[in-house]
Ligand binder design. Sequence first.
Ligand SMILES: Nc1nc2c(ncn2[C@@H]2O[C@H](COP(=O)(O)OP(=O)(O)O)[C@@H](O)[C@H]2O)c(=O)[nH]1
Ligand SMILES: [Mg+2]
Length: 441
Amino acid sequence: MEQSKITTICAISTPAGTGGIAVARVSGPKAIEIVDKVWKGKRLADAPSHSAHYGTIFDPADNQALDDGIATVFRAPRSFTGEDTVELSVHGSPWIQRELINLLIRNGASIANRGEFTRRAVANGKLDIAEAEAVADMIAASSRASQRIALSHIRGEYSAGLNALRNQLIELAALTELELDFSEEDVEFADRNKLLELARAINKKVSELAKSFATGRAIKEGVKVTLSGATNAGKSTLLNRLLGEEKAIVSNIHGTTRDTIEDTIEIGGILFRFIDTAGLRETDDPIERIGIDRARQAIQTADINLWIVDSEHPILPLEQSDNMIVVYNKRDLLTETVDGAISISALNDSDLSVLTEELIRRAIPMQIAPAQTVTNARHYEALLRAADSSARIIEALSTTLPTDLIAQDIRETIDHLSSITAPITTPTLLTQIFTRFCIGK
Ligand SMILES: Nc1nc2c(ncn2[C@@H]2O[C@H](COP(=O)(O)OP(=O)(O)O)[C@@H](O)[C@H]2O)c(=O)[nH]1
Ligand SMILES: [Mg+2]
């Protein structure tokens, strides 16, 4: 875009509401000029990049002071957006925030769209798309594990791995395309063994990344743990204990919990999503039956299923699965505990660490290397397609398919890998990605 057509945008970047400090961001070719119009203090046009200045924000129309604050100057290209940027820190009253934005708009700035600062950072080559998406994930991070993945992706560790493979493939693609130009002459520029080796490496990498999506999502949305079992086993009591609040109704009446109830909490740096379910039993109550169906669905998609039993009258599951942990509850009612089993009292124990330690132990393998973990559904889809097209390259190389068909699969694989990191040009897709952001980022 022509320099003159690029607007200068502004927005409050701190959360809505009252705070000690609010920060307005102004970015674009006229950022410094516009702020200078409403700024009394050192002339920002003379200020070096990365310098902060104390001064007064005022309305030049009536010379009224709005607030005293700090202006921090970042000069292009050494800013988040890659443009000239001024950050104004003011007192965090919602009224001052609104007036400040109005003032900036009256003096030539435009209000930023959702994610527009990050979108500009991408347009100016400061971030690739995958890194920008990770910024949104970072803002939404709700546990140590999701923060680790987002930070690694922001730093480009994940993009780097994919780009390295893509670049090697581009080199070989150039050679196969060259063969097409010489198709009459039956020559081979691209070393078939090298190509096969590379296609296998790519297929392995993208398949592994695609596989990590299930775990990546678990980390982002919380490891899904269902509490299931017969009625009155103490599932709702346990849910409340794990969450540290009275979320579900507890009573000695069988069939009290009829709907699924869930919430997340971080334990040992891992976000868990606990889901209390209706006790599984035969029932004539149509509402309870719907609840039991929901329970079954939740259990099927759970990462971990806790089967809670009342130690006094243990009702064990009809079938065991790998992701199931049987928990003997109401230990306080027994004199002896069940050998080797996880035995707790949701009602009386001050410490449920036998259970939480087991949960963490099971969830830890899900915390694979952050740069090797996919949390984004758009990437997941591209990776599955890259896995398919690279598998076709492998297959084509082991038969005697003509070069033009192999070249087609190579091109597709490159496109799928590129779509994850390289700038996307389709405006609708860009808009889709950036509307996940808040205004001010
Ligand atoms: N003695 C004892 N009673 C418990 C324990 N946990 C739950 N209960 C009681 O068991 C009854 C059923 O509990 P609830 O959590 O509603 O079970 P749910 O139907 O599985 O959700 C309630 O009266 C609870 O107070 C426990 O560890 N020890
Ligand atoms: Mg219950």
